[in-house]
Design a binder for this molecule. Structure first.
Ligand code: Q0Z
Length: 287
């Protein structure tokens, strides 16, 4: 564990510590959630896969926007980060119509103020990616908001900068991932400001926990898509008749093994790096 780090926050599957006045430590556990419930069984190395993937994307996008990552710890799951003033928006970009975007579209024909063509189906590719910010909920789900409400929260100029930056990030990563057989259906960013007021990408980026990864070779619009990483877990849970409230079920060894293999496969496909090489020297893997 970190030297004299104070715990300052918990996510469902991550912990946040304060290292000093301007640095935080973000620690990704091996916990997994499905249907919004954290399961009692861990997926070995999941936190390392996500930490490594985020570091890979931070390195590949640094010319587009600076990010908070300072260093990876030798454990491969802990990131030293610059402490920022966080903006009060979840910056979601959608390239495909699914999840809450699909729900909102079915109810209103629009998503966060983007009026879409009629007749779109579940999981259809959008003609261009859309920025669909939401507000951070303390409990439960983030709430989709329209563009004017989002601009009120951060200011019009900052909103425009967030939209441009988030779309550019999505375009870069989704094109790259699609060439490697993974569709990034949508993704969520968090941004902060440095002491000079410059926009900085924070949190995690393009991990399977902050994005929907779909296997490209199984893509078929008109139905929900299988998840690249969590489908074994979902399928197993559906066989149980579990009511999807806490506590969740234990996972059998073969479901754990299959799921771990999918996470490692996503890491290796996207980064081109052998996962064992990452584990041996996390800090040098992306240089
Ligand atoms: C991220 C979160 C987690 C609980 C705060 N660079 C930063 N500067 C300031 N604040 C944050 C960051 Cl990343 C920050 N979160 C989300 C992550 C556990 C909450 F691992 N909250």
């Amino acid at each position: 564990m970190p030297e004299a780090a104070t715990h300052v926050g918990s996510g469902k599957v991550r912990e946040l510590y304060e290292l000093d006045g301007d640095r935080l430590l973000l620690v990704a556990s091996d916990r997994i959630s499905t249907f919004d419930v954290v399961l009692p069984t861990e997926i070995l190395d999941k936190g390392r896969v996500l930490t490594g993937l985020a570091a890979f994307w931070f390195a590949r996008t640094r010319d587009l926007v600076p990010n908070h990552l300072l260093a990876l710890r030798p454990d491969g799951r802990s990131s030293e980060c610059r402490r920022l003033g966080m903006l009060p928006l979840e910056c979601v970009v959608r390239g495909y119509l699914t999840g809450s975007g699909w729900k909102d579209y079915q109810a209103t024909g629009a998503v966060c103020g983007h009026v879409l063509a009629e007749g779109l189906r579940d999981s259809d590719k959008l003609p261009e990616p859309i920025f669909t910010p939401s507000t951070k909920a303390q409990e439960g789900h983030d709430e989709n908001i329209d563009r004017d409400r989002a601009a009120e929260l951060v200011g019009r100029e900052r909103f425009d900068e967030l939209e441009r930056t988030a779309i550019a990030l999505y375009e870069l990563a989704s094109a790259y991932a699609a060439e490697r057989g993974i569709l990034i259906a949508d993704t969520k960013f968090e941004f902060g400001l440095d002491p000079e007021g410059r926009l900085v990408l924070a949190d995690e980026a393009f991990t399977p926990d902050s994005s929907r990864f779909w296997p490209a070779d199984e893509y078929e619009p008109g139905r929900p898509q299988p998840s690249f990483d969590k489908q074994f877990v979902r399928d197993y849970c559906e066989t149980l008749g579990w009511d999807k409230t806490a506590p969740g079920p234990e996972l059998p060894d073969e479901v754990v093994a299959g799921t771990r293999a999918r996470y490692v496969e996503a890491f290796e496909r996207l980064t081109g790096i052998d996962f064992d090489d990452y584990l041996a020297e996390p800090e040098v893997a992306f240089r």
